[in-house]
Design a binder for this molecule. Structure first.
Ligand code: AMP
Ligand code: MG
Length: 414
């Protein structure tokens, strides 16, 4: 059996970052940046008002705290005003948020500190020089690097790119991942199920997991345990994929078509990895472009765990990211957990903060590799080292926390 770390190292030694691509801003959402982005101009580009109010000289209203100061209003400056404007001494101009500060003014008095006058304004509070003025370059200086390679472009980063005038940006594209389920027993969810058949859940799990890992995921669906059919499905998907994931058909069974057909190519290796769940694994490259392919075991929990442990780091590397950015966290185990000798276990569990900030981790009751409902309650794996066969309640353990699916609210224990 091959140790998990050695197997993962081989995988990471094989996959390469995808070529960078220039995309329109919104198409680049979620993708890691592949360039240094510098601001061509300062932000803000000109001194402007932070409030709706009156542009004044602070020196003209120093006494306003003792008794109101009245100033003539020489004009209106809305946002977007481009005309050159200057105010004479001891005068003011009505100004809106974002409008350019007129020459001669150094301060903005919010409308709330005045009587709101149009021809003349009564100012009731003094202001310090420069108050409520957004200075040119106060956000970004011209030439500043504002985003660096590797940053994932979310809403704020995309907004910043637009603000500095970018329409496109160079990123690592989302890996295109095709997911294929194999098994004669599989039928589409929601269709009539004959005795002995089951709904294909793996292709849904794995397609969703690939999407959560930042990929453009495509579910090919069900392929029977027939070497010819498996090969043609793979060839079909190769054309439009940066990675192929199959599930099923890689153990020691008589109908393990994936193993049968890919073994002959010699570019995919099938191995027994010292882990639980997920011992039978296959990985390699296929086709002219040497597209990575994972052949994951069919048991639903094994497929899911294998994806998280092996495919997620590979996909991160393909996106130019650190394959494993987060170290396991430490948590107190609330119930005992067993593990087979010589294998690293990924015990499905739910991790939750305790009062005082410590983490507690509770293994799910059903640790079978077919127990999907128990998996669905878990949000973490307890990592049990190879040489450890039993962990007791109260022990501090290492936990791999799974990313919370976005928009889903925890519904508590079961
Ligand atoms: P296999 O790896 O093909 O021997 O399958 C191992 C177990 O996983 C069997 O019980 C299969 O019925 C089950 N299985 C395989 N593929 C899927 C799938 N796509 N969805 C749900 N269960 C599956
Ligand atoms: Mg099978």
């Amino acid at each position: 059996m091959k140790p998990v770390d050695a197997y993962l190292a081989e995988i990471l030694g094989t996959v390469r970052p995808l070529d960078a691509l220039e995309l329109a801003l919104l198409e680049a959402r979620g993708c890691p940046l592949a360039e240094h982005v510098a601001a061509p101009e300062a932000l803000p580009a000109f001194d402007n008002s932070a409030m709706d109010g009156y542009a004044v000289r602070a020196a003209d209203i120093v006494d306003a705290d003792d008794r109101p100061v009245t100033l003539p209003v020489v004009g209106d400056i809305p946002a977007g005003e481009v005309g050159v404007f200057a105010i004479p001494k001891a005068m003011s101009a009505r100004i809106m948020t974002g409008a350019p500060l007129p020459a001669g003014a150094d301060t903005v008095v919010p409308v709330e500190w005045t009587d709101g006058g149009v021809a003349r304004v009564e100012v009731r509070r003094s202001a310090s020089r420069g108050q409520f003025v957004r200075r040119r370059g106060e956000d970004v200086d011209a030439g500043d690097v504002v985003l660096r390679p590797g940053v994932r472009l979310g809403a704020a980063q995309i907004g910043l790119l637009a603000a500095i005038g970018r329409r496109t940006v160079t990123v690592r594209p989302r890996p295109r991942v095709a997911v294929i389920s194999t098994g004669n027993e599989l039928v589409e969810p929601g269709t009539q199920i004959a005795p002995g058949q089951i709904a294909d859940s793996n292709s849904y799990t794995l397609t969703a997991a690939a999407a959560e890992a930042g990929c453009a995921a495509y579910r090919h669906g069900i392929v029977p345990d027939d070497p010819q059919a498996v090969m043609s499905a793979i060839e079909d998907q190769l054309l439009r994929s940066d990675m192929i994931i199959t599930s099923g058909g890689v153990s020691m069974g008589a109908y393990d078509a994936v193993k049968e057909v890919l073994s002959q190519l010699g570019t995919v290796r099938f191995e027994r990895v010292a882990m639980q769940p997920g011992m039978p694994q296959g990985f390699g490259v296929i086709g002219d472009d040497e597209t990575p392919i994972f052949t994951l075991p069919g048991n639903p929990v094994s497929a899911f765990v294998s994806f998280q442990v092996f495919a997620v780091p590979a996909l991160r590397k393909m996106q130019g990211l650190d394959p494993m950015p987060r170290a396991p966290v430490r948590a107190a185990l609330t119930a005992p957990l067993r593990s087979p000798e010589g294998k690293r276990s990924y015990g499905r569990a739910r991790v939750e903060p305790r009062e005082g900030g410590e983490l507690a981790v509770t293994p799910v009751q059903g640790q079978g590799s077919h127990q999907l409902a128990h998996l669905a309650w878990a949000n973490a794996f307890v990592i049990v080292p190879e040489q450890v066969t039993e962990l007791g309640a109260g022990e501090t353990v290492e936990v791999m926390v799974l990313e919370e699916p976005q928009g889903v609210v925890s519904t508590g224990g079961r």
